[in-house]
Every structure is written in C-alpha cells, then in structure tokens.
Design a protein around this ligand. Sequence first.
Ligand code: SAH
Length: 348
Amino acid sequence: MKQPNDIRDLSFSELADYCKQIGEPVFRAGQIFDWIYQKGVDSFADMTNLTKGLREQLQKDFVLGPLEVEKQLTSNDQTQKFLFRLSDKERVEAVLIPTETRTTVCVSTQAGCKFGCRFCASGIGGWSRDLSSAEILSQILYVKKQAKQHPLSHVVFMGTGEPLDNYENLLKAIRVINGKEGLNIAARRITVSTCGVIPKIQQLSREGLQIELAVSLHGYSNESRKVLMPVNKKYPMKDLIEACREYIQKTKRQVTFEYILLKSVTCSNEAARELGRLLKGMICKMNLIPYNKVWEFDYEPPSPSEAIAFKDQLERYGIHATIRVPRGRDVGAACGQLRHTNQVPEPV
Ligand code: SAH
C-alpha cells in the first residue's frame, strides 16, 4: 500500500489546491499551516478549529508525525545535538545553537554526502539519499520546540549533505520557512552553505530570494582547493569565483566565503596574499573556521594566535574576516563533525 504523503511536503499553494479539491474553503490551508508551523502540533486531531470531517479526511490522506529522536546531547556551551531516525531508518542530525541574542538551527539536507571533502566527517560514510522537504522542515519544527531563551530566529543549512545537490526539496523547504503562512523567518536569517555547485548557484540567483549564500572556499588557489575538495575538479575555483561575482551582481547580496584553517596548510602568508588577489573588489566577507578535529583525518587546527595572525593578514589584503567560535565541540556538533550513520565508534 502506498504510504500517505507527509503534509509538510506540500507548499502553501499545493495545500490550498488540495482544500479546493475536497470542497473545503481555501482559508483552511492557512489554518492548517498555522497549526503545523506556528503552533507546532504533531497530529491532525489537535487542529481544533477544523471540522471533525476535515480532520478525519486529513488523517486519511496525510501523515504528520514528529521525527523520532534517537539521541539528544547537550554541550557545556548549551549547544544541543539531535540525532533523528527517519522512517526508512536513515539517520540525520540537527543542531540547536543558542546565543545571547538569537537561536539558530543547523539542519541536514541529505543522509550522508557525495562530495567527500578531505576534512569533513559527513562524507565518510558516503551518500544514501536526499531528504524530502518534509524531513528538512521536521528537523526545524522539532528543534524550534526546544528553543529556550529566544524563539527560533535563524536557520542555517550547514548540517550533513550538500543543500544545492537537493535543490528542489531545499527550495520548497525555504519557501515554507520564509513564508508568512509558514515559519515566517526572514530570508536574511536563512543561510545556505554550498561546496560550490556552480549551476545551482546560478539557478539560486534567479529565485528572487533574499537569503544568505555561504560558499565553502577552503583553498587559496585552484591546486590547494583541489586537494581539499574533490568538487573543485568539476567546478574549478576560477569559475566558482566568477559565479559568485555574478550572483552578487544579480541579487545585490553579499556572499560569505567559508575558509577552513588547517595548520601549515591553509593559513600561510602566501594563502592570505592569494585570497586578497582572488577576491579583490568583491562584496564579500570571510568566515574563518578553525578545523574541528575529525579523527579519520590528519590535519590540525592552528593555534589561536596563528588564526588571529592570518585574519590580520587578510584584513591587510582588504578582506573582511571573522573567526568562527566553535560550538558544541564536546558533543560532536561542531562544523564537520556530524556523521549520519553514528555507527563509527569514537576512539578511546
Ligand atoms: N555542503 C555544504 C555544508 C557543509 S557544513 C558546504 O560544503 O558548504 C558547513 C561548513 O563546515 C562548510 O564550510 C564545511 O566545509 C565546513 N566543515 C566541514 N568539516 C569541517 C571541519 N572538520 N572543521 C571545520 N569546518 C568544517
């Protein structure tokens, strides 16, 4: 028997169409979205302003369960990591990051990752499948309920997987996150991070969204990037930078470059000089991410003073850079530490 659709896979207009089809007024779609995305209910029975008949019909046609949580860990810095088990037993992770002023959720878009960056844990077990937009949204809905000091305000697509490699489902989810009938989170508070899938960056520039684009650069030259990121063979650095320049021109938005700090590899004077040359005149900023140790790889992070020295060098070459403070390291929730299988034992 065919599994009923998850109602969170429907856009607002698809749900409005469904309401019309079953002879319900269109405003019901607004009520249903409000129950799911604002009030956060997990069952149709709880949608008390709908008629009993409609609730039963929804129950017959759709599912709306919460994600099953297999593990939940809280870091000393209050970052929380959630390991979810999907209906086919795949596992994905999301992270809740509270700060003084905001609450951010970091979500996964794929079970595993195809791209195999040489410093990232997500690619170690390979790729299993794309997540549906319902699965992406369900992570956010779950984490939203755990937010304490501040309500959920920001969404970053920096969990497991490559968001732009799951483009349709990503965009569908973003429209619900951003939509006023949905989660109603401003586009500027939604960040998509990509390893540099050029055709999709171009497509994204045409969507008319004001979201933040973060591009994982990590290399300071074509050669250095190729070693760290196999995707650079298909989409070389020069073309990527060109695509970013076009993106900025088209969207009038700045791009953030993510740049990993690997001791003796990516933070030399030469690297700073090359980056200065490469990014000259671009409306961009750089987010420096000190390497988070993944035990399968041999790299080391630089010392804090080396990291600061590199940042200062970049500033001298005209690049505005900030060093990202790692969060949730002790629970394996920091950048690159997420792995979807959760089956590889940690070293003792
Ligand atoms: N596929 C997307 C999202 C990846 S996760 C992308 O490539 O951008 C978000 C960021 O964390 C990326 O910049 C990624 O390269 C970086 N990252 C991965 N592993 C890391 C590690 N071990 N230490 C520091 N940053 C890491």
